[in-house]
Design a protein around this ligand. Structure first.
Ligand SMILES: [Zn+2]
Length: 347
């Protein structure tokens, strides 16, 4: 069996490691979310460009159809004029020579040349339009592929973000586990470590410093109604201690609450005279919660515990305590403090 100090130091090392891992995974999540955001913005831009290209292609197709209509109409006009000219020329044909009016013949020839020019010009424009359309179709196909690629990337980014979140949840669980273990090992270790090392360990665990190390299972000076008396305190977890009989009852109560789905912890248990003096000074200067004058808090008798996990008067946890704490000898004794429960007082 390792010494309590070595056990605690190992816990604190693990806790630091777990915190580092959590920090790393949080940073990764931040990066992956940034990437997801960027890829989503890119997808949006590509979608807009694709829509624009599709609209342009639609416009080009409409232009092509208008151009074809215009070509048909212009040529019909020219052909009508040519038929009229031909009829006029035929009417002037001399049956002996077989020749018609030469002026009309020149006009017919000119009209033929103009028709050819019209055809050439329309066909060139039609050709250009068709090439534009072919280019647009190819562009749309490329755009669709790009969109598909980006969509895949966004899906991949989302998967990564989900993975990071799962990882972080696991890290948090681990931090909680390691911290719980360290808190269980704190009390047995701290009276051997002395005050300075104890407070360093407490800081690492996010607890308030103490100015007096409690010897678990040993006699300490407790106070009841202002008079000192020796009491025996033992650890109740979370770095806190209670008078031995109150601690036994408290542990039974926490177990019963746990079975009922209510999770309780000790936030503040036994206080030394120095701790109560400090809390009372904080209260007087307006920086702390209500605290009894030194010597008069039932925390100093080792019989009061401030419970974490209650959450308020209207909660399920408070209802459970109201119905059950009495069986274990605990009562809620300070009005306005739903967290403060005292052992062994009669109502
Ligand atoms: Zn209290």
């Amino acid at each position: 069996m390792a010494s309590p100090i070595r056990r605690l130091m190992k816990d604190l090392r693990h806790l630091r490691g777990a915190h580092r891992e959590l920090t790393k995974d949080r940073r990764e999540l931040k990066e992956d979310r940034r990437e997801l955001k960027q890829d989503r913005r890119r997808l949006e831009r590509q979608r807009d460009a694709f829509e624009d290209a599709r609209k342009e292609l639609k416009g080009d197709r409409k232009d092509l159809s208008h151009l074809r209509d215009a070509r048909r109409a212009r040529l019909a006009q020219v052909d009508e004029r040519r038929q009229a000219l031909e009829a006029a020329y035929d009417a002037t044909i001399d049956p002996l020579t077989g020749q018609g009016d030469p002026a009309l013949a020149t006009q017919l020839e000119a009209l033929g040349a103009r028709r050819q020019k019209l055809v050439d010009s329309f066909d060139a424009r039609l050709d250009g339009k068709q090439q534009e359309i072919a280019g647009g179709v190819a562009g749309l196909a490329r755009g669709r592929e790009r969109l598909e690629d980006t969509r895949r990337e966004v899906r991949q980014d989302k998967r990564e973000v989900r993975g990071d979140r799962r990882e972080i949840a696991r890290d948090k669980e681990r931090v909680k586990d390691v911290r719980r273990r360290a808190l269980d090992h704190l009390r047995p270790a701290e009276y051997r470590m002395g005050l300075r090392q104890t407070n360093r360990a407490r800081r690492a665990l996010g607890l308030d410093p103490v100015d007096h190390v409690i010897r678990p299972g040993r006699r300490v000076v407790g106070y009841v109604n202002g008079s000192p008396r020796p009491i025996r305190v033992v650890s109740v977890g979370n770095g806190e201690a209670l008078r031995a009989d109150a601690a036994r009852a408290y542990k039974k109560m926490v177990k019963a609450a746990h079975r009922a789905g209510v999770s309780l912890s000790a936030v503040s248990g036994f206080r030394s005279m120095a701790e109560q003096r400090r809390l009372y000074q904080l209260y007087l200067s307006g920086q702390g919660n209500l605290a009894a004058p030194p010597g008069y808090s039932n925390h100093q008798g080792g019989v009061a515990v401030d419970l974490g996990g209650v959450g308020g008067y209207g909660t399920r946890a408070f209802a459970w305590l109201s119905a059950n704490a009495g069986r274990f000898g605990f009562r809620n004794t300070v009005s306005g403090e739903y967290w403060h429960w005292t052992y062994g007082v009669s109502g």
